[in-house]
Ligand binder design. Structure first.
Ligand code: GLU
Length: 285
């Protein structure tokens, strides 16, 4: 099934991110499918120049190859605009603080938007717009979406009225990812388990846009020796500090595979036996 890796160029990829990239590559390549790379550079406040190129270089250094040209989301805003016009959306003027307050009063699912702005009249919206640019939210109608993840098993989640365009005008991650996976003919999404909570929203969006259903595999995160999600503060965690062959050897061992190139790992790879448990990285020897 055609797969992809879609990093956001907001930092250097560490061995945890690269292990996820390797897994996405193995899931796609083991049945002989294509593997695409997409740079998710829409969040101008967080994207830093040069990082995307470093991320691509580090993937190549590890021995991961991809098909076709790398796609950059910043060049595709027309596609997101078109998708937006096909969705049921409403303007939202809430600040973060207002949402947190209203959500706790409504006793809804944690983090869910309580629908405060859904019923605003035209006059109310006109008045609010003078003070604050609106974000756009979909009207998801309180849907609950279930799916079977290839690694994590059965999953289910409430779909709140999530943001599809932010109040600074940027298209939101959930919208862009769904539009691009559809446009690029992606069949299977393999990514870190930290994104599993976004999946019900993305499935809902894919259905609303009439896109084919995708298969999902959320792979466990890599932790540092302190049991927290691996990060720069854990020290030598990128290919600046760890030689690529040693990093790959650690990844292979963590997956119970042998071989010294991604191609060699393919022979022993079985998607069905990827563990649901996180792995700890405490350096390479
Ligand atoms: N760009 C997202 C990230 O780096 C991942 C998107 C995805 O795989 O769906 O967190």
């Amino acid at each position: 099934m055609r797969g992809r890796f879609a990093p956001s160029p907001t930092g250097v990829l560490h061995v945890g991110n690269l292990r996820t990239a390797l897994l996405a590559w193995l899931f796609a390549r083991s049945p002989g499918s294509s593997f695409l790379v997409r740079v998710e550079d829409l969040d101008v406040g967080r994207v830093r120049p040069g990082f995307a190129e470093r991320q691509l270089a580090d993937m190549a250094l590890l021995g991961l190859d991809w098909d076709g040209e790398v796609v950059w989301q910043s060049a595709r805003t027309g596609l997101y605009e078109d998708a937006l016009s096909a969705l049921p959306v409403y303007e939202c003027f809430c600040t973060r603080a207002e949402i947190a307050e209203a959500a706790s009063a409504a006793h809804g699912p944690v983090g869910a938007y309580p629908g405060t702005c859904r019923g605003l009249s035209v006059a109310e919206r006109d008045a609010r717009r003078v003070e604050r640019a609106p974000a756009l939210r979909v009207d998801a109608g309180g849907a609950v979406v279930s799916f079977v993840d290839r690694v994590l098993g059965s999953q289910s989640g409430f779909v709140d009225d999530f943001v599809v365009r932010r109040n600074d005008g940027a298209f939101a991650y959930n919208l862009a990812v769904v539009v691009d996976d559809g446009a690029q003919g992606i069949e299977e999404v393999v990514r870190g388990a930290d994104l599993v909570d976004s999946t019900p929203r993305q499935i809902w969006l894919g259905r609303a846009l009439g896109l084919p259903e995708l298969s999902y595999a959320h792979v466990p995160l890599v932790l540092g020796p302190d049991g927290r999600r691996l990060a720069k503060r854990h020290g030598d965690v990128t290919l600046r500090d760890v030689p690529a062959d040693a990093a790959l050897a650690w990844m292979a061992a963590s997956l119970g595979l042998s071989g010294s190139t991604p191609r060699e790992l393919l022979a022993g790879f079985d998607a069905a036996s990827v563990s649901r448990e996180p792995t700890t990285f405490d350096g390479v020897r």
